[in-house]
Design a protein around this ligand. Sequence first.
Ligand code: PMP
Ligand code: GLN
Length: 396
Amino acid sequence: MAAMTSTTRPFLNRRLAEFGTTIFAEMSALASRTGSINLGQGFPDTDGPEEIREAAVRALRDGRGNQYPPGPGVPELRTAVAAHQERRYGLSYDPDTEVLVTAGATEAIAASLLGLLEPGDEVVALEPYYDSYAACIAMAGGRRVPVTLRPHEGAFRLDLDELRAAVTDRTRLLLLNTPHNPTGTVLTRAELAAVAELAVERDLLVVTDEVYEHLVFDPAEHIPLATFPGMRDRTITISSSGKTFSYTGWKVGWVTAAPALVTAVRSAKQYLTYVSAGPFQYAVAEALALPDSYFSAFRADMRAKRDLLADGLTEAGFGVFRPSGTYFITTDIRPLGETDGFAFCRTLPKRAGIVAIPNAVFYDHREAGAPFVRFAFCKRAEVLTEAAGRLKALRG
Ligand code: PMP
Ligand code: GLN
């Protein structure tokens, strides 16, 4: 979302004029240019389960998915998604009419907004927000209305009164994200119940991005918004295999929602990619059926990594918001005598050989995000230990 001038983007239309190269591409390029440890873009530095990779190889060899798969996704994956929602959350969805496979959560978000919004519709979203939200709302001709999560007792919290006040007669939908990127906040049962009540009272649709559903650390728990009274039929739930199974390059995501909502999302999706990732869809179907032990070991591993990096950042002098979910840590750089996250991230490769993300890019109110910087901890323990050592240099 870095601001671009008309000289660098002379042909870009007005809807996208404010969006430049995504911060993730920019920062990953900076990391490889400078040889820094990349704690910017969120992707693991080790692949997911071997047997799932082998399942993809088998599908490729057996010729499953090498030609266009069905528009809604292969039946095996739609069935596996429905079974996952039932087994984990007691939510029942019909694999034929209530599940749609997408090119990652990214396409699910885009297709939901393009399929549901009329020009001028307002979308209330939690700020800081994942960068594609703002761009997709703009592409759909909508208007974003941010509700800012603010630091309170070591975490970024939602102010429910502010959320209520943000809803107007022009609000078409709420765009939620829990566990929340970049803050690591996991909305509580009470907060979600209040969001649900508001949605029912104001007759709103909710698009909820739950890609980090399996990256939640005790005592926090992930509760899908669709499980709350009155929500199942007004909620479009989005998730993805990228985070849960550590194959972010496969880009297999999905939507679960009532048939009429899935139809609206599919109507847009069919003209974006139509279909994608044929053989990988079969592999992800197998991944979703992995035993509980996979999911708990994954969570325990990420929790240990969270603590390793959080302790390192604390020791280096950052203010640390230890996340309840996701694989990101948001820090406050003011204890280091810094105030501008952009400037800080630009010089961090030189000062410490590390790349991080300035949270300000996720804000409309740039100044509210200025002192915060995000670090990803989905990396090997030795990489995090090395990073922690390098960051100590910042203490001077
Ligand atoms: N939503 C959020 C909150 C994310 O952090 C990401 C990045 N992984 C996505 C959506 C995109 O997911 P995918 O890679 O499946 O498109
Ligand atoms: N979701 C990842 C992050 O927040 C990045 C995905 C991307 O590069 N678009 O770091």
